[in-house]
Design a protein around this ligand. Structure first.
Ligand code: HEC
Length: 104
């Protein structure tokens, strides 16, 4: 390999690494992506599990807290919600509500 193609490769590697570091993923987004496994991409469910894409942030926070405390009955959501702190619930709810504003 000649020196100029080596330099080009090094440049490419640098570009690739800046592209990755420029992409910041919020904690709300990471948590919300776990919801999509069951509730469908962006909360639009393809199955009998309810869609969650229309729920405002305030109601989502209340619902997740109720699942977490056991105040609201669930088969799965209580166990899932209890894995998150109150702050994480708020961040996930805000991220999900933000998707609705973006029209997703
Ligand atoms: C393992 C599958 C699974 C995951 C992961 C999951 N859910 Fe659920 N979700 C359910 C099921 C099933 C229900 C129905 C209630 C029950 O039995 O638990 C539900 C119910 C809900 C409801 C009530 C919907 C309604 O119409 O009343 C909300 C809100 C909700 N989930 C939000 C979330 C959020 C936010 C996340 C991510 C932090 C999440 N869920 C992750 C399976 C899941």
């Amino acid at each position: 390999m000649n020196p100029s193609s080596l330099a080009a490769l090094a440049g490419l590697a640098l570009l690739a690494s800046t592209a990755v570091s420029a992409q910041t993923i919020s904690r709300g987004e990471v948590i919300a992506s776990t919801c999509f496994t069951c509730h469908g991409t962006h909360g639009v469910s393809p199955s009998t599990i309810p869609s969650i894409d229309y729920i405002p942030a305030e109601r989502m926070i209340e619902t997740l807290r109720a699942y977490k405390s056991g105040q609201r009955y669930s088969t799965i959501m209580g166990r899932h919600a209890s894995a998150y702190t109150d702050a994480e619930i708020v961040e996930a709810a805000n991220y999900l509500a933000g998707l609705q504003k973006k029209g997703k």
